[in-house]
Structure formats: C-alpha cells, structure tokens
Design a protein around this ligand. Structure first.
Ligand code: SME
Length: 149
C-alpha cells in the first residue's frame, strides 16, 4: 500500500518538476503532494542560507523559522549529510518542538555533490510512524529536487 502510494507520488512529482524550474513553486507543490497523499501533520523544507536552515515552503501549522547547524533533527541531518529517522522525538536529544503534537519525525537532506542544499522535514502525531520505506522514497524524492537549486 505505502510503496504504491509513493510510486504514484514520485510519478506526480516528476511530472510537476518537468514543467517547472522555479524552486519555491516546486518545493511548495512537493510539500502539497506529500500532505495530500499521506496527510502528515507537518511537511516542508528548510533551506540552507548563510550557514543556517531557514524555513521554506511547507504544509501544516506555523513552524520555527531558523535552525542552526547541528541543532535539532533538521540540523543533525544537515551535519551528518544523511537522513534521520526519529521514532520518538521526546527521546531525541536537542529535538526542536515546533509543535507539541509531533511525536515522530523523518528528515531527509537534499544533496548535490556531497553538499546539503536543504532538508525535507516530515512530522507525525503518531509515535514510530516512519520506516525505511518512507526514508528510501523520500530520498528518491529529494534526489529529484537537487537540480532546482
Ligand atoms: N523538529 C524539528 C524542527 C522543525 S519542526 O518539526 C517543523 C527539529 O528538531 O529539527
């Protein structure tokens, strides 16, 4: 079920990205795709700008606007240049609680030539919501995005 939804989502993302080169427009639509297919609590992007992460297009409640390198789940994914899957955010040292309703989280970096350009952040109100299928498919999605930057 989940893998079929991601297959469809990736197909729609490729079609959207093929017709649009603007970064903001594309990240906004990719956020909307993830929200509409999976109804995540919060889904969106933080972009690396002047050595910090700055909030970009997203779907969901108001979120913190800036995250420092190495801080929180997002800053950790940036520092490690790797996806971070957090089954219980309350157990993650330094987790930044933008919303008290969030209980698990997946952060996937958008990489080009080994550099992090942005991170995709997804929050769920359920504990242990994300697994390797989410991570792998979101990594595929982020791989489609690096040419936009
Ligand atoms: N929880 C994130 C901060 C961003 S919000 O979840 C939208 C973190 O710890 O980096």
């Amino acid at each position: 079920m989940k893998s079929e939804k991601y297959t469809q989502l990736l197909k729609e993302a490729r079609a959207l990205l093929q017709d649009e080169t603007d970064l903001t427009a594309s990240l906004a639509n990719v956020s909307a795709l993830l929200k509409t297919h999976f109804n995540f609590w919060w889904v969106g992007f933080y972009l690396v700008k002047n050595n910090e992460l700055v909030l970009g297009p997203f779907q969901g409640p108001v979120a913190c606007t800036r995250i420092a390198y190495g801080k929180g789940v997002c800053g950790t994914a940036w520092k490690e240049k790797a996806s971070v899957l957090v089954p219980d955010v309350h157990e993650f040292p330094g987790h930044i609680a933008c919303s008290a309703a969030s209980n698990s989280e997946l952060v996937v970096p958008v990489l080009r030539n080994g550099e992090v350009l942005a991170v995709l952040d997804i929050d769920s109100t359920e504990f242990n919501h994300f697994d390797d299928a989410d991570r792998e498919n979101c990594e595929r999605l982020c791989a489609l995005l690096s040419d936009l930057f």
